[in-house]
Design a protein. Structure first.
Length: 239
């Protein structure tokens, strides 16, 4: 029995993707998306001090780590083939403006330098936001119960420059401030760190406890959830 001729409209097809799916070898050769350990980035929550590890209740198996412990964890990640880390800093002291975010002796900058000195072959990224550093837990400076977007931008830029100078390869603006990406780029360029790349980061709610966030009820209106509606974070104090 002869092969049935294809309908006329099928004979006009110019693309035949199934030709590249005929065998496992062909599929492996042309696969567009590949997931490997070196493509993964591990979030790390870093704190001041030495030889400290504080378990995070909402992230079982994870802890807030001092710089030396973070370096040890980084060595384990290298053995697993993981490509990089993303650092979130939790300072010992907070203030209304979150100025500790740009402290060259803060947990993020200290950990970045320690990882660089250890020679770890990891991509080092740092989250850039003020929420971990403010007494009210919001992403920026607050004036008269309102977030002052433009007054926040120089502080975010200063934090990014601080992390770049400490050894970061990437910085991730996540402060929900208008103009933050341009502010970070300008600050990095002015500081002579044109090689530093920005990444856009999104935070998970699970990270709120990990970062010891404190948010006062009157700032709920400033948080927007994934559905576009105002977010009611119900933050509590974690010590």
């Amino acid at each position: 029995m002869g092969r049935v001729a294809a309908p006329a409209h099928l004979r006009l097809l110019k693309q035949r993707p199934r030709r590249l799916r005929r065998s496992a070898a062909l599929r492996a050769l042309v696969r567009e998306t590949r997931l490997a350990p070196q493509q993964l980035v591990m979030p790390m929550f870093v704190i001041d001090g030495h030889d400290r590890a504080e378990p995070i209740q909402s992230l079982p198996g994870h802890s807030r780590l001092s710089a030396d412990r973070a370096v040890a964890a980084g060595r384990d990640l290298v053995k697993l083939g993981v490509g990089g880390v993303l650092l979130f800093g939790i300072p010992e002291r907070k203030d209304d403006d979150g100025r500790a975010a740009a402290d060259p002796h803060g947990p993020v900058a200290t950990t970045l330098r320690a990882m660089r000195e250890a020679g770890l072959p990891l991509v080092l990224a740092a989250d850039v936001c003020l929420c971990e550093y403010t007494t009210h837990g919001h992403c920026g400076v607050v004036v008269n119960d309102e977030v002052d977007n433009d007054a926040t931008l120089p502080l975010l830029s200063g934090a990014a420059v601080c992390y770049a100078q400490a050894g970061a390869d990437l910085v991730g603006p996540s402060a929900m401030m208008d103009g933050q990406v341009a502010a970070l780029r300008e600050g990095l360029d002015d500081a002579g760190r044109k090689e530093i790349q920005k990444i856009m980061s999104r935070r998970r709610v699970d990270f709120d406890e990990a970062r010891r966030l404190y948010m006062q009820d009157r700032f709920k209106k400033n948080g927007i959830g994934p559905d576009g509606r105002p977010r009611d974070p119900k933050f509590v104090s974690f010590s």
